[in-house]
Write a protein that binds this ligand. Structure first.
Ligand code: ATP
Ligand code: MG
Length: 140
């Protein structure tokens, strides 16, 4: 099967605890390759647009505040069936429901501060990659 791409964010709770390398190792051990990576501090405008689908949800303002509370690491990941592979290693949104051995089970602090984001479809992966990266920043 051909390699596909997905988009990942290592969230502020993880960068604050110096877990960038530990989380990236779990992604790599799951068969994903980091083909682009940068550490940024998201602006409120970026976070609001990125999580725009959740605009009407009660947790939206808190989520935007959290995502802009510290640095994040945005990454493009490549691998076979990358979207599903990444969602599998991330684990459930709520760490209490996440399977053993997943990133969220291992590291997440709460349903909000859950250490990682991963695209939920190939279509959204493409949109999210283009939101943060120029083509020349991705080196596969
Ligand atoms: P992500 O989109 O970050 O990969 P996800 O797809 O597992 O996570 P979504 O339903 O898209 O989950 O929610 C986006 C993010 O919003 C979650 O990762 C979490 O940080 C936050 N969130 C979701 N549900 C809640 C909630 N009930 N209370 C607080 N925060 C929440
Ligand atoms: Mg989501």
């Amino acid at each position: 099967m051909a390699a596909t791409r997905t988009f990942s964010i290592i969230k502020p709770d993880a960068t604050r605890r110096n877990l960038t390398g530990a989380v990236t190792k779990m992604l790599e051990d799951a068969g994903l390759r980091v083909v682009a990576s940068k550490r940024i501090h998201m602006t409120r405008e970026q976070a609001e647009e990125f999580y725009g689908v959740h605009r009407e949800r009660p947790f939206f303002a808190d989520l935007v505040a959290f995502m802009t509370s510290g640095p994040v690491v945005v990454q493009v990941l490549e691998g076979e069936d990358a979207v599903t592979r990444n969602r599998d290693v991330m684990g459930a949104t709520n760490p209490e429901n996440a399977a053993e051995g997943t990133i969220r089970k291992t590291y997440a602090e709460s349903i909000e501060a859950n250490s990682v984001h991963g695209s939920d479809s190939a279509e959204n992966a493409e949109i999210e990659i283009n939101f943060f990266f120029k083509p020349e920043e991705i080196v596969g």
